[in-house]
Every structure is written in C-alpha cells, then in structure tokens.
Design a protein around this ligand. Structure first.
Ligand SMILES: Nc1nc2c(ncn2[C@@H]2O[C@H](COP(=O)(O)OP(=O)(O)OP(=O)(O)O)[C@@H](O)[C@H]2O)c(=O)[nH]1
Ligand SMILES: [Mg+2]
Length: 645
C-alpha cells in the first residue's frame, strides 16, 4: 500500500503558506484602527506605475518577501498582460507603519493607466484621492500624458509627490527630468504649495526611492527600499478631508460587476458613515432620487476584497444595492441630503461606426452577431467606461461610438472578439464642433522621439498632416519633437512612425483644444486590391497578384466579393481575382502551388487595421479573423455610390 506522505510537496506547501499569509494580512487590515491615506499613481504610459505598485505590495507585506508573484500584478486583465499596459484603474490597500511608530495607517492606492486614450479613468479616479505620486521616467522626462494627469491632479487641489523613476536606465538624466517637471508645474499654474513638491529618485523595479540622487549608487541606502517613500506619503499626503459626523455622502468613481453581487459602486465616503441594511438614496445625473438598501460593503485588503459591515468617512470602498448607478453620481443618507458636485470629464474627440457583420462570411466564427447583442454590449461598456458614448443610427444595424482615441476603440473591439462577437468597424473620424458659424476640430499635443537620421522624413510627415513643430531638442543621437497637430492628422501617424523608423520611434499625444479646421489632410496614398470573386485564395492567383502590390491574404483564406486582399501602389482600387485556379487558363497544370514563392502576407493588428482603412471601407472582426472590406461589396454598386458621393 502506498504510504501517504504527511509532508506536502514544495508547491503545495507554498500554496498553504501563501493562503495563511493572505488571511493574516487581510485580518490585520480588517481589525486595525482607521487612519487613512488615499493616493493615485499617475504618469505617462510605461513610466513604471504598475511596477512600483508591485514593490509597494511586496515591501508592505502583502506578498511574502520570497513569494512568487507575476510582474505588474495589478494588470490583471488578459489584454493588459498581453499589451503590457494598464487599461483600467485598479485599487489596492496596504498597511503602513507610521515613521515614529504607533497604529498602522491604511494606504489606499489607485493605479491608473498612462495611455492617453484611457485618460478618462484618471480624471474620475483623481476625485477620490487626497494625494498623488507623479512618476516620471528619468530618461524620457515628462511626456504628453504627464502633463494631462498633472493638470487634472493640480486642478483637484492635490499636492503630488514627484518620483524620478528608472534612474538605472542608460542615459537617464534625472536632473534634467526634474527641471522639466518643475517647468511643467509652473506652466500649469501650480500654487506655491503644489510647487513645493517633495522629490524622490529611484527605481520602482529595483524597489528603492531615495531623497538624493547620489544615494542611489549607495548599496546600503538602496537597501532601505521604499521606506522614505512611505514616510513621505504619511507626512505629505493629508488624511481625507471627510466629516465623520456629517450626513452620509458617497461619490461613485468606478463601477464593477459581479455575477453574484450584481453592480458594485466603488468610490469614496466623503462624509458620514453607514451600516449594511440601511436605506440610502442614489442621486442620478437628472436629479432623480432612488432609494435602495445597502446590501454589502467591500473594502480592499492588499489585492483582495473583504466584506465589511460598516463604512466610515474618508475610506475608499465598494457598495452594492444600487443596480442603476452611474459614475459621477452620489449615494446619500436621506431624500434631502445634498448630492456631491458632478465633475464633467473631457469630451470624446473621435467617432466611428460599429455594426452587424453583414458580409458573406458572417456568423461562421462568432456566436454574438445580432444588432441586439452588439447594442447591449456597447451600452454595458458605456456604464463603466465614462469616456465612451454610444448612439443609435438610422440603420438599426449600425451604431455610432465616440471615444478618446482609436486605441480605446481597438481595445473594446478586441475584448468583444474574445467574448465571441462579430462586428464591422469603420475608420475613426474626428468630432467637429460648430461655434459662431465656424467649424472647429480637436487639436492635440504631440511628442515624438526619434533618432537624428529619421528627422527629415518625420518632419515631412508631420507637416503633411498639418502639424506644427513647436520645439526640437537634440540629445546625443536622439531628437525629441514637440508638435501641435489636428487629431485628424494623428490618425494613422503611429503606423507611419513605426514604418519610417523601423519601430524605434516613440510618440505620445494628448488632447489640447478645439480650433478652426486646419484644411485638407490626405490620408492613405495607396489603392486597394479588391476581390471580384467568392471562393478560396489560391497560390496561383496570389503569385500573379503579388506583382501588383502587397498582399494581405494567403492561399486557403476564404475570400468574398468586395473583400480587400492587398494594397497597390496606384491611388485607385483595382478589382482582382485572388481565387483563380490554373485549369481556368490554357496552361497545363502540374499541381497548384508547386514552385510558387509567395511573400508572407501583411497581417495587420486590429488597431493598425482600423486606422489604415479609408472612409468607404470596414474592418470585419470575428473571434478568429480580421479582414478588410469595402463598405459596398458589389463593384458596380460601389462605383455608383462613389459617383453619387
Ligand atoms: N529600467 C527600468 N525599467 C523599469 C523600471 N520600472 C519599470 N520599468 C519597466 O518599464 C516598463 C513599463 O512598466 P509599467 O510598470 O507597466 O509602466 P506603467 O506606468 O504602469 O504603464 P501603463 O500603466 O501602461 O501606463 C516595463 O517594461 C517595466 O519593466 C525601473 O525602475 N527601471
Ligand atoms: Mg500600469
């Protein structure tokens, strides 16, 4: 009989240890006296926010020091992991020991996304915190989104702590980065108190932040880790200005959904306290008040969430009981308690059409294909994604989606593909405005970082897109361009930048303001190879077609009339037959495909495809495929439609 080993193997042992540790940590947070600090971590994309949060979690005991932990543990969505970026803001809580000892302090941390398209997340998160860590890459210095998030933080009256991060990077210039940060504070009209910001230098990845740059080279100082940061937070960030004895007022800053709990409203208790079972009132944007019983409270404990019975002013928690609540709305004690002020966030700047896949291959791969499915999904998205809006169109099969940028749309469509949706998507267009008889369009601030030898072609590209270079800074072999460009010109610019610099150029942009329209911008300069047959692509046909341009399909791909199979250098489209087989010709067949060398097809990412297509085209997306097609599939009808305009 096999002996039962009373000692678990190493892996099981490790799981038991982790579980015990998590329970211990959660109970420590649960019973401790409540002294609170609420902070947001804000920065430009990739400047190291989520990596820093990893180290905060480690160094405050949420994870055991030797416990295995994935990098950027807060980036928990599949797409966040794959793309290596944060898309949604997320909360965590840790326990800090105050500098002079005493009761622990609860630190609520909100990690925010740095990509401009997800700026809406930052705007609403900023309202529930009392302090911010502004993370700046010591090599890149402040970038477009640094300015955006700092502006929002300063406007909210926060006094950020500046972290000059990644000092370990080659060619990092922390002093220069700090100078630029200071100038940025000044240009954003920071108050004297805000200008007097504390600065720490360090590396989030290596897990240290120190008050003097020289200390970063000192091994013994580095060993103090994030201790100085924790002390600075406790000293510099004020406890929440919330009145425990006032009437209950809760500001909804984020929404979640759980299959068992229903809708969860996350936010901050601005005043008062509440117990589970009490009846409170949701004050909706239209002024309507809806009563409901508070069914559950959720507080954060490390990365986990804990049920609690009572909530108090100043804390950040989740509340269940209100199904129809929206971000920016309040939950208050009585029908008379005033609602908290609703803060408008920046408007969407681009619009596109999304709708039912009406192509001949529709329904082969996706399960969710009807207008009803798509509409419900889009409406659901707008409830948690405040910077997105959806409108019906005259056609019941198409919807207008408004967003901050094409990346935001691409992420939504990518999520939908994974959930089993099939949709067609148009090219994004900017949202114009009429003011005093004049048409205005959105302009953005653009930062581009390229090597010197690419300067000529990039400058030419910027000017073709009606951009104006405001500043050019050479450092070593690199040059940083600061420009001003219509959002319209920015669509497709990133693809060009990647192509023109072989992937080495980086860019960032952020909305600036609406201004009079800048004039015509020529978009794609090439025409398309459009199929005039239904069938399967053959190597024989593709071999002939590749003489005419760059192909997007490969032998065996299903093809339909009106589908785009490649790009040709001429400006006009060319109707082609990619399904032609040899026996249709007079040549003797020796097996189709033998001896044929085809260039690998150009496979576009969803994001790239969306900005690549022209106004009379769609991207067709299904769980397995991304295809490009003409809006009007039939060639004759297409020609007629083009003539009609
Ligand atoms: N050299 C160096 N690299 C770092 C450091 N901290 C983070 N990184 C790297 O920078 C990249 C981006 O880090 P993230 O933590 O995802 O940045 P983020 O600010 O959260 O990015 P978004 O949420 O997408 O805006 C990753 O490849 C990290 O490994 C650091 O201190 N030094
Ligand atoms: Mg991140």
């Amino acid at each position: 009989m096999p002996l039962v080993n009373p000692f678990p193997d190493q892996e099981t042992f490790s799981v038991i240890l982790d579980t015990l540790h998590a329970l211990w940590y959660a109970s420590a947070l649960f019973f401790m006296p409540i002294s609170i600090r609420n902070i947001a971590i804000i920065a430009h994309v990739d400047h190291g926010k989520t990596t820093l949060v990893d180290q905060i979690l480690r160094q405050t005991g949420v994870f055991r020091s030797n416990q295995a932990m994935v990098d950027c543990v807060m980036d928990s969505m599949d797409l966040e992991r794959e793309k290596g970026i944060t898309i949604k803001a997320k909360n965590a809580s840790v326990n800090l020991t105050p500098p002079g000892g005493g009761d622990p302090i609860l630190l609520n941390i909100v990690d925010t996304p740095g990509h401009a398209d997800f700026g809406g997340e930052v705007e609403r998160i900023i309202r529930m915190v009392d302090g911010a860590l502004l993370v700046v890459d010591a090599y890149e210095g402040p970038q477009a989104q640094t300015k955006f998030v700092l502006k929002k933080a300063l406007a909210q009256g926060l006094r950020p702590i500046v972290l000059i991060n990644k000092v370990d990077r080659e060619h990092a210039d922390p002093h220069h980065a700090l100078d630029q940060v200071f100038d940025l504070f000044v240009s954003l009209h920071a108050t004297d108190a805000q200008l007097d910001f504390p600065v720490l230098y360090g590396s989030g990845r290596a897990g240290f932040m120190l008050p003097h740059l020289e200390d970063c080279a000192d091994e013994s100082k580095r060993k103090t880790g994030l201790q100085t940061l924790f002390e600075t937070i406790v000293r510099h960030v004020p406890p929440p200005q919330a009145d425990e004895n006032g009437p209950f007022q809760f500001l909804v800053c984020n929404l979640g959904y759980d299959d068992h709990l229903g809708r969860i409203a996350y936010g901050k208790i601005m005043s008062g306290h509440a117990r589970v079972g009490e009846t409170t009132y949701a004050v909706h944007t239209d002024g309507n008040r809806e009563p409901a019983k508070l069914t559950m409270f959720i507080s954060f404990a490390g990365l986990a969430q804990k049920r609690i019975e009572e909530i108090h002013a100043g804390n950040i928690v989740g509340i269940t009981g209100f199904e129809e609540i929206a971000i920016g709305e309040s939950i208050v004690a009585t029908p008379e308690t005033p609602a908290l002020p609703f803060v408008e966030i920046d408007p969407p700047t681009i619009t596109m059409t999304m709708g039912v896949n009406d192509g001949p291959l529709s329904g082969r791969e996706g399960k969710l294909v009807t207008a009803r499915n798509i509409r419900d999904r889009l409406i659901r998205e707008t409830r948690t994604n405040v910077s997105l809006s959806v409108e019906d169109t005259d056609s019941g099969n198409l919807f207008t989606v408004k967003a901050r940028g094409e990346m935001q749309i691409a992420i939504l469509v990518e999520q939908m593909r994974r959930e089993g949706f099939e949709v067609i998507v148009s090219r994004p267009e900017v949202i114009y405005r009429k003011e005093g008889g004049q048409t205005l369009e959105p302009f953005e601030e653009l930062f581009v970082e390229i090597s010197n030898e690419k300067l000529g072609p990039i400058l030419e590209n910027i000017s073709r897109r009606k951009g104006h270079v405001l500043n050019m800074e050479h450092h070593g072999n690199q040059v940083t361009l600061h420009a001003d460009m219509p959002t319209r010109g920015l669509i497709g610019f990133e693809t060009d930048l990647v192509n023109q610099t072989s992937g080495t150029g980086i860019m960032s942009h952020a909305f600036r303001e609406y201004r009079p329209v800048a004039g015509e911008i020529l978009s794609r300069l090439t025409g398309m190879l459009v199929s005039m047959e239904n069938g399967i692509a053959t190597s024989y046909a593709l071999d002939m077609l590749q003489e005419r341009g760059r192909l997007f399909v490969e032998p065996g791909d299903p093809i339909y009339v009106g589908m785009i199979v490649g790009e040709c250098p001429r400006a006009e489209d060319l109707n082609v037959n990619p399904c032609k087989t040899k026996h249709l010709t007079n040549m003797r067949s020796v097996g189709d495909g033998k001896g044929i060398m085809l260039e690998p097809p150009l496979k576009m990412s969803l994001e790239r495809a969306i900005e690549y297509i022209a106004a009379d085209e769609y991207v067709e997306t299904t769980p397995q495929s991304i295809r490009l097609r003409k809006r009007v599939l039939n060639a004759v009808q297409r020609k007629r439609a083009a003539i009609k305009g």
